[in-house]
Design a protein around this ligand. Structure first.
Ligand code: FES
Length: 162
């Protein structure tokens, strides 16, 4: 169940619009942010909030690339596989990341930290090859740069000691 605070905020937003379904993406993202992905239970909750059917929510959820219907890692790495990145070594970046993490496209590392996915052009062509990790874009990727990025993300994911 969604915490009351999040539920109340969404209900207020929904009450403020004429057609609740116009907020379907916001609601899906809010639930995904809370649960980590849009489970069947979350789909049902979204449907209840918006006055839609779970099937309608599911159809939209599977349409949006950034809505996850299956569990993903803490960090979702999307390596651009469009033409400019491909011409600038995008495939090597994917291979390097896959080798380094020991996973292929669509897979998540055993520690639950990283999921690897392809993505179409993310508008960073002038800094190709590029990738997106959650909401942050990284360009001019090299193995050294990737190592540093992964190292930092792993360190950030460690529990903080006081
Ligand atoms: S082609 Fe990769 S960011 Fe545009």
């Amino acid at each position: 169940m969604l915490p009351q605070k999040i539920k109340k905020r969404l209900e207020e937003q929904i009450a403020g619009v004429e057609h609740p379904r116009e907020l379907v993406v916001d609601v899906m993202f809010a639930l995904q942010e809370h649960y980590g992905y849009l489970s069947d239970k979350a789909v049902a909750e979204a449907a209840g909030l918006l006055g839609m059917t779970p099937v309608e929510i599911d159809e939209l959820a599977t349409f949006y690339t950034f809505v996850y219907r299956r569990p993903v890692g803490k960090y979702v790495i999307r390596v651009c596989d469009s033409v400019v990145c491909w011409l600038n070594g995008g495939q090597s970046v994917r291979d390097y990341l896959g080798g380094k993490l020991g996973i292929g496209d669509g897979q998540t590392t055993a520690d639950g930290l990283f999921t690897l996915l392809p993505v179409c052009c993310i508008g960073y062509c002038d800094r190709a090859p590029a990738m997106l990790i959650n909401k942050k874009v990284y360009g001019y990727l090299t193995p050294e740069k990737i190592d540093k990025i992964l190292q930092k993300l792993k360190a950030d994911a460690l529990p903080k000691t006081e």
